[in-house]
Design a protein around this ligand. Structure first.
Ligand code: SF4
Length: 630
C-alpha cells in the first residue's frame, strides 16, 4: 500500500489536501489529509465522489476529430497534426479560453507559454469576482484581510450574499467549531442563513441601501469605531459627509424592505459580539450594482472596525511571470465576457478551450454556441468529458484527471501551497495539459527551454520565488506561503475608477413589467459546471419561485413552465419555495444544457459591467408562463 498527496483541483475556495490510498495497482480510497491545518480530516460530499471521475463510462478516452456528433477516433499524432496545420494556416488568429477547470498552477499556466509564443488572444478573468476585486483594490482594501486562522479571533461572522455551507465547507466548519454567531444577509434564504442569529433579507439588489443606511445610523449615533478609523482610514470625513447628504433611512427601508428596527438590531448585535468580520460572497457582486454593493459593505465594515473576507490568494509577480512564460511573448487580452464577441468579429480562427466549459458557464450560452459553430472557426477542446463545449469541437483531446498528473496548487481561501502527486498513469489515451502543450510545442518546432522543463523543475523554480523548498513540500504535502509586506495605504472611500463618479453611486434597476429577476447561484452538488457528471443529487429542470408569484401565475409545484427572454427559452418544472423572494426566479447554475435541456445561462445578461468590467449574471430578467396540458 502506498499513500499519495493529492490536492482537489476543482474550482473551490477550500483546495483540500487529500490522502490517496493506492494498493494492488488501484486507487482504493481518498480522505482529507488529517495534518492539514485548515482542510484537515474531511472532504465535502462532492469531494468524496472524486474517484468517480477515473473510470466514468462517459469519459473521453481518445482524441477525436470531425464535426458535431460526427467525430472519428484519431491517434494523438493525427490530432496534433490537425491542430498544427490549423495554426499554420491562421498564425495571426489564434485564441484560447481557459479557466479554473483545473486550479493546478502548472496545468493552468504552462499552456500559456505556448500561446505567448504564438502571441495569441487570451481572455482576462471577468465572470467570477471581478467587480468586487476592482472596487476593493481601489479602496486600498486588503481584499483578503481574514485568514482561516483568524476566524477563531472573532465572535461574529456577517455572511453577506454568500453560502459557505455549500460552497466553502471548511470555512463554514471553522465558524461552527469556534462558536461564532452568524448574521446572515441574503436575498435568498440559503442553508447558511438558516443557522443565523439574525437574518436580514433585502429585496434583490438593494443591499447598497441597507449597508449605507446602517452606516448613517452609526454616524448619527456616534457609534463608529473611531480608533480603527483613525488608524486605518484615509478619508472618513468624506464618507461621513456623503452619507449624511445622500442617504435617507426612510428611502433605504422602503427600497430594501429591511426595517429600521432590524438595522438597529444589527448594530447592537455587531457591537455585542465584536470582533466581527464580513464574509462577502461572490454572487452578490455579479449584478449591475454589484461593485457598488461591495463598496458599501466594505465601507460599513471599516466604520465598525471589522475586517472582511472576500477572496484571497497570495501572489508573487515574478513567480507568476515565470510560470506563464511572459518572456516568450505578449498575449492580446480581451475581457472574458467578450469571448463570443471576439470570435464573431473574426479575430479568432483557431480556438483552444481547456480547463473550461464556456457554453455552460458563460452568459448568453446561445450566443457562445453560435460563435463556436461558425464555419470558419476551428475549435480544439481538451476535457475529461463531452461537455457542452467539447460537443462543438473540431478536435477533441482527452484530458487527465488530477489523480493522473503532477501539479502544485494554491487556494483562494487559505494560505498554503500544496502538492498534487501523480498517483496513476493517465487512463485510456488521456494526457495532462502539460503533456498536451509539450507535444504541441514540439510539433510547432519551438526550441525555447521553457517548453522542456519537467513539471518538477517548474514546481521547484516556482517555489524558489517564495523561498520555499520543493523537497520539504514533497515530504509534508503542504507549506505555508510566507507573507509579503503589503504596501497598500489606508482604506479610501473616495475612489477613481474608469469614468465612474468618485463618490458612491447606485443605478435603479427594476424588473420590466411582467418579468422576474433571474438569480442563478451554485447548487451544493456542483462547483460551477464541474462535478456535473459525477454527482447524483442535482435536481434537473427545477425553477424555484415564491408562493406569491406562484399564485399570480397560477402555478403549482411540479407543473411545467416556460422560461424565456430575448436570449433564450426552456421548459422547466416549477417548484414553489418561500426561500426565494417575490419577484425572483431561481435556477441553479451551470448544468450542461445538452443533457438537461435548460441552463440559466440561456438567459443571462452578457455585457461586462461598464465600470467594474465583471459579469452581471443576476441582472437578468425573464418571463415565465405555465404550459397548459394538451
Ligand atoms: S470541492 Fe472543495 S471542499 Fe470539496 S473536496 Fe474539493 S476542495 Fe475540498
Amino acid at each position: 500500500m502506498k499513500k499519495f498527496f493529492t490536492t482537489c483541483l476543482r474550482d473551490c475556495y477550500d483546495t483540500c489536501l487529500i490522502e490517496t490510498i493506492y494498493d494492488r495497482k488501484e486507487i482504493r480510497d481518498i480522505r482529507g489529509f488529517e495534518k492539514h491545518p485548515i482542510t484537515s480530516g474531511f472532504l465535502c460530499p462532492k469531494g468524496n465522489k472524486l474517484l468517480k471521475y477515473l473510470n466514468h463510462p462517459t469519459r473521453i478516452k481518445q482524441p477525436m476529430a470531425g464535426e458535431f456528433l460526427n467525430w472519428k477516433n484519431v491517434t494523438w499524432e493525427e490530432a496534433i497534426k490537425k491542430v498544427v496545420d490549423a495554426i499554420n494556416k491562421n498564425p495571426d488568429k489564434i485564441g484560447f479560453y481557459s479557466y479554473y477547470g483545473s486550479s493546478g498552477l502548472i496545468s493552468k499556466n504552462y499552456p500559456e507559454r505556448f500561446f505567448r509564443k504564438l502571441e495569441a488572444i487570451g481572455f482576462e478573468s471577468a465572470i467570477c469576482d471581478r467587480n468586487g476585486q476592482e472596487v476593493l483594490k481601489k479602496m486600498n482594501y486588503d481584499a483578503f484581510q481574514i485568514y482561516p486562522e483568524d476566524i477563531e479571533k472573532h465572535n461574529l461572522a456577517i455572511i453577506w450574499g454568500g453560502n459557505p455551507k455549500w460552497s466553502s465547507l471548511h470555512h463554514w466548519f471553522l465558524i461552527l467549531k469556534h462558536n461564532l454567531k452568524i448574521i446572515g444577509i441574503d436575498v435568498i434564504k440559503t442553508v447558511s442563513l438558516k443557522d443565523s442569529y439574525q437574518i436580514l433579507r433585502p429585496k434583490p439588489s438593494t443591499d447598497w441601501f441597507v449597508a449605507y443606511a446602517i452606516s448613517r445610523i452609526l454616524i448619527e449615533e456616534d457609534l463608529v469605531d473611531k480608533d480603527y478609523i483613525k488608524e486605518n482610514v484615509e478619508d472618513y470625513e468624506f464618507i461621513k459627509e456623503w452619507i449624511l447628504e445622500n442617504i435617507s433611512i426612510e428611502e433605504a427601508v422602503e427600497k430594501s424592505g429591511v426595517t429600521y428596527e432590524q438595522m438597529k438590531k444589527f448594530i447592537s448585535n455587531l457591537y455585542k459580539f465584536k470582533p466581527a468580520y464580513f464574509y462577502i460572497g461572490y454572487g452578490i457582486q455579479r449584478q449591475r450594482n454589484g461593485g457598488e454593493i461591495v463598496r458599501a459593505i466594505a465601507t460599513l465594515a471599516a466604520l465598525t472596525g471589522s475586517k472582511i473576507f472576500f477572496s484571497r490568494m497570495v501572489k508573487n509577480k515574478k513567480a507568476s511571470d515565470y510560470l506563464k512564460g511572459t518572456n516568450l511573448g505578449k498575449l492580446k487580452k480581451y475581457n472574458q465576457m467578450l469571448f463570443p464577441d471576439v470570435i464573431e468579429k473574426g479575430k479568432i480562427k483557431v480556438l483552444f478551450v481547456f480547463n473550461a466549459n464556456p457554453v455552460s458557464t458563460s452568459p448568453n450560452s446561445n450566443r457562445v454556441k453560435e460563435a463556436l459553430l461558425k464555419e470558419d472557426v476551428f475549435v480544439v477542446v481538451s476535457d475529461i468529458f463531452f461537455t457542452d463545449t467539447a460537443k462543438l469541437a473540431n478536435v477533441i483531446l482527452p484530458a487527465s484527471t488530477f489523480f493522473e498528473y503532477f501539479d502544485i496548487a494554491k487556494s483562494y481561501f487559505h494560505n498554503y501551497i500544496q502538492i498534487n502527486q501523480k498517483v496513476i498513469e493517465p487512463l485510456f489515451e488521456s494526457k495532462s495539459n502539460y503533456e498536451q502543450f509539450g507535444l504541441l510545442a514540439k510539433a510547432m518546432g519551438f526550441k525555447d527551454d521553457s517548453f522542456y522543463e519537467t513539471e518538477e523543475e517548474i514546481a521547484e523554480k516556482y517555489l524558489s520565488f517564495y523561498n520555499l523548498s520543493f523537497k520539504e513540500l514533497k515530504e509534508k504535502g503542504f507549506l505555508e506561503i510566507p507573507q509579503r509586506e503589503r504596501k497598500r495605504g489606508k482604506i479610501k472611500f473616495k475612489i477613481k475608477l474608469n469614468n465612474a463618479p468618485e463618490t458612491p453611486f447606485y443605478e435603479e434597476e427594476k424588473a420590466p413589467e411582467g418579468y422576474l429577476r433571474l438569480i442563478s447561484p451554485v447548487h451544493r452538488d456542483l462547483t460551477s459546471s464541474q462535478y456535473f457528471k459525477i454527482t447524483t443529487n442535482f435536481l434537473p429542470d427545477r425553477a424555484f419561485l415564491n408562493s406569491m408569484e406562484a399564485k399570480k401565475y397560477k402555478i403549482r409545484s411540479g407543473e411545467k413552465i416556460r422560461v424565456y427572454n430575448e436570449r433564450g427559452r426552456a421548459e422547466m418544472i416549477a417548484e414553489v419555495k418561500n426561500e426565494v423572494p417575490p419577484g425572483v426566479l431561481l435556477i441553479y447554475k451551470a448544468p450542461w444544457e445538452s443533457i438537461t435541456g435548460y441552463s440559466p445561462n440561456l438567459f443571462t445578461e452578457d455585457k461586462p459591467h461598464p465600470i467594474y468590467k465583471g459579469s452581471q449574471f443576476h441582472s437578468t430578467f425573464v418571463k415565465i408562463e405555465k404550459i397548459l396540458k394538451e
